[in-house]
Ligand binder design. Structure first.
Ligand SMILES: Cc1ncc(COP(=O)(O)O)c(C=O)c1O
Length: 400
């Protein structure tokens, strides 16, 4: 008899973690595998942020803080939203959690009733549907085609909204597609949402600073101020400041929602690590030149990958507009056979083939709700990326 709750029966473990595990298992057998499964910046956290954490620990900032975050960190987040996004929030409208993931988890826990629906434009971040299901909701996948830049359109949104819709998730730049929405794109979605007052909007803007070709980032909150009382603007320090392991995410939203999320926080984790909060204050208020340096490095890698993948017969890759992934189309490989005679039935088979024969770990598109694709992370050095592309090329060339 299993003692694991039925709640868990619907939840899948993270596909990107699974790809990484498979790569590690092969490596343990002595196989030289390039792991492009997991996405996190490969740069060290900027030194001034680490110094601020050290200083905070030495100065005795080692106690629990308020559940929603220390007054200093919430002030710093409110300042960031004002300065960088033109959003008018006070510290009371802010909640800080252990990563953007916990922010999203808390928001869903605070709002979902069994059977409530969350609209997820696909391809989506792998954790969204699993969190929705874990908390009793129903994910509603809306496939957003490559031909439309992987963006949700007002027509698709209108069709997806029903009486049980509780949330619309937006993610820009998007993981895995890199899609960015312009102010006009967002206003057009906002016009649909204005007709459906029961829908809350979660805008995950964690890749805000990793945006290419001189594109301007526009927060959903800036484009649709009339929807402020039902928008949750989610962000964090993980991607912009190379701080994935510090575990700090934050959000601004309507007071009742932020308060409910803080209550969950107080009864679960109490608060985010006080030292990581001090580091976040330094990240948000300190010099931003490293953020720009990281962005430039990610853009150079994006260029290298787009150029390399486009030379491979059978793969497609529209240039990602932001974030650090390439969502590579592999439709023309489906139905063909590997040199060992294995039929590539779907993108999972393609990713498995690339791992076993190409020695490159990627994540199949099925994990992101839109097939046939596979995702590679471009958050690694140009040499490693060039070698990975050469391996993918060699493997794809052998498909019959
Ligand atoms: C779209 C998106 N949101 C949130 C996260 C997680 O952010 P955090 O590390 O702050 O929990 C990720 C991480 O991969 C992501 O891709």
């Amino acid at each position: 008899m299993s003692y694991i709750s039925s709640r868990l029966s619907v939840v899948r473990p993270s596909a990107s973690m699974a790809a990484s595990q498979a790569a590690k298992a092969l490596r343990a057998k002595g196989v030289d595998v390039i792991d492009l499964g997991l996405g996190e910046p490969d740069f060290p956290t900027p030194a001034h942020i680490i110094e601020a954490a050290y200083a905070a620990a030495k100065a005795g900032q080692t106690l629990y803080t308020a559940a929603a975050g220390s007054p200093e960190v919430r002030e710093a987040v409110a300042g960031k939203f004002r300065r960088e996004n033109g959003l008018d929030y006070t510290a009371d409208d802010i909640v800080v959690a252990n990563g953007a993931k916990q922010i999203i988890f808390n928001a869903l826990m605070a709002t979902l009733e069994p059977g409530d629906e969350a609209i997820l434009p696909a391809p989506y971040f792998v954790s969204y549907p699993e969190m929705v299901k874990l908390l009793g909701g129903t994910p509603v996948t809306v496939e957003c085609r490559e031909s439309g830049g992987f963006r949700l359109t007002p027509e698709l949104l209108e069709k997806a909204i029903g009486p049980r819709t509780k949330w619309l998730f937006l993610n820009m730049p998007g993981n895995p597609s890199g899609a960015v929405y312009s102010a006009d794109d967002l206003k057009a979605l906002g016009a649909v949402l204005a007709r459906h007052p029961q829908v809350l909007i979660l805008s995950d803007e964690i890749y805000e600073h990793i945006i290419f070709d001189n594109r301007e980032f526009v927060s959903f909150g800036k484009a649709c101020p009339d929807l402020k009382d039902r928008s949750l603007i989610v962000n964090g320090v993980a991607k912009a400041y190379a701080m994935t392991g510090w575990r700090v995410g934050y959000a601004a939203g309507p007071a009742p929602l932020v308060k409910a999320m803080s209550i969950i926080q107080s009864q679960s984790v109490t608060s985010v690590c006080s030292i990581a909060q001090a580091a976040t204050v330094a990240a948000l208020n300190g010099p931003q030149d490293e953020v720009a340096r990281f962005r430039d490095a990610f853009e150079a890698r994006r260029n290298l990958v787009v150029d390399g993948i486009r030379r491979i017969n059978g793969l497609t890759l529209p240039p990602p507009e932001g974030a650090f992934y390439a969502y590579i189309g592999c439709a023309s490989l489906i139905g063909r056979r590997t040199p060992k005679g294995v039929m590539l039935e779907d993108d999972t088979a393609v990713a498995t083939y690339l791992l076993n024969e190409g020695r490159v770990a990627s994540v199949p598109g099925t994990a992101y709700g839109l097939s046939p694709y596979f995702r590679i992370s471009t958050a690694t050095s140009e040499e490693v990326l060039a070698e990975a592309i050469a391996r993918i090329n060699a493997a794809v060339a052998q498909v019959e």
